[in-house]
Design a protein. Structure first.
Ligand code: ADP
Ligand code: MG
Length: 360
């Protein structure tokens, strides 16, 4: 097991990068604690695989270093890092049986037959593949092959970390859910550091103790699911997490007030020196409420979507959409024409990044 320190790390696939846009990974400096379950979350192309491959040693970063428990491993190959990695698509030996595929990483490292047999059977049971141990991998479905890949990643016991790069992409939705639960249970049982790459927020939020959100080569926030929900450090985290995401509205902020299209909103904190065109407020749909007249921003309801436990109201505010969630069973009057925000839940952003206010 190991604490992983990414020290002044950056990576460009170009030999002579000339500006920030030439970097697949911009400056990163942080510590991943030993034994935690992390999810690396972000849209396609934001640098997740690049970062994962640098941690595993498949890729050498163009700048900075990787430390495991304080030891510099930047130039060590994967085999020397005691890391298991599971990829998006199955990596199995078609001509071998399921059993031999699972046993391979252990045989390779010279474990005795009895230990190998026990581990292979334990892993097969967890993956519900006991009945298929003697089948050749060749004839199996993509699902089953990917389960073998997962098993090959999980079979070794003395690894510092297990890295998963979108491992459930080819797995059908029901099985996906089940495997995710099993990975989580396995993490609880073993306390091994796990890093799980995904572009799916549900997958990230259900699996991880801490979610690392990436956007265009930057890590924009590393936090618990609750922190990401309550205090998105960047507007991108606000949109990307939540369904629907946080409402982000351009505003003119002065002291403890935000002025938006002629309406004034009270804020819980005071803000200084916020002149400039790149100021926005962010409020999640969960912290808004609808009224007839009175305070709040003037809106027109465009549509109401019933998603089961709550309704999503899509409202128009000067050509901009504002989303409001309303609990199940609460009626929505046709005369509703204002939306107000819980002041304690309104965040202020400048240039996309959150600004800390002062007690007003
Ligand atoms: P993600 O896993 O989040 O989808 P990647 O880490 O694969 O993102 O890619 C990040 C960026 O680096 C993308 O712009 C991608 O096109 C680029 N990239 C990835 N791999 C290579 C490579 N081997 N050579 C050049 N560019 C690459
Ligand atoms: Mg990727």
């Amino acid at each position: 097991m190991a604490e992983i320190h990414l020290k002044n790390l950056a990576h460009s696939y170009l030999p002579h990068p000339s500006g920030p846009s030439d970097y697949a990974l911009k400056k990163i400096d942080h510590v991943w604690e030993d034994g935690k379950a992390y999810a690396l979350l972000g849209p396609s192309g934001c640098g997740k695989s690049t970062l994962l491959n640098i941690i595993s040693g498949l890729l050498t970063p163009s700048e900075g270093s990787v430390l495991f428990d304080g030891e510099d491993v930047t130039n060590l190959p994967t085999e020397k890092r005691h890391i298991a990695q599971v990829f998006q698509f199955p990596v199995v030996y078609d001509t071998m049986t399921v059993y031999d595929n699972l046993a391979f990483p252990l045989k390779n490292r010279g474990h005795d037959a009895k230990t190998i047999d026990q581990r292979v059977r334990d892993i097969a049971e967890m993956l519900e593949m006991t009945g298929e141990l003697n089948k050749k991998a060749r004839g199996l479905t993509a699902d089953a092959k990917q389960k073998i890949s997962l098993g090959r990643g999980l079979v070794r016991q003395n690894v510092s970390a297990i890295l998963f790069d979108e491992p459930l992409t080819v797995i059908d939705p029901h099985l996906k859910w089940m495997l995710r639960m099993q990975l989580k249970a396995l993490h609880k049982k073993t306390d091994r550091t796990m890093i799980y790459v995904t572009h799916d927020q549900t997958e990230a939020l259900t699996f991880a103790d801490k979610v690392v959100v990436m956007y265009e080569g930057d890590v924009v926030q590393m936090g618990t699911p609750q922190e990401l929900f309550e205090r998105p450090q960047h507007t991108f985290v606000g949109y990307f997490i939540g369904s629907p995401g946080m409402n982000v509205i351009p505003a003119h902020v002065e002291g403890n007030q935000a002025h938006i299209e002629g309406t004034t909103i009270q804020l819980n904190y005071g803000y200084k020196g916020m002149s400039g065109s790149n100021v926005e407020i962010g409020v999640r749909p969960e912290f808004t409420s609808l009224h007839e007249g009175g305070e709040g921003l003037p809106i027109t309801i465009k549509r109401v979507e019933d998603v089961g436990r709550y309704k999503i109201v899509r409202a128009d505010f000067f050509g901009r959409e504002i989303n409001i969630t309303v609990p199940e069973g609460q009626p929505i009057s046709e005369r509703v024409n204002r939306v107000s925000f819980d002041p304690t839940r309104v965040n202020v952003y400048q240039g996309g990044w959150i600004v800390d206010g002062e007690a007003a």
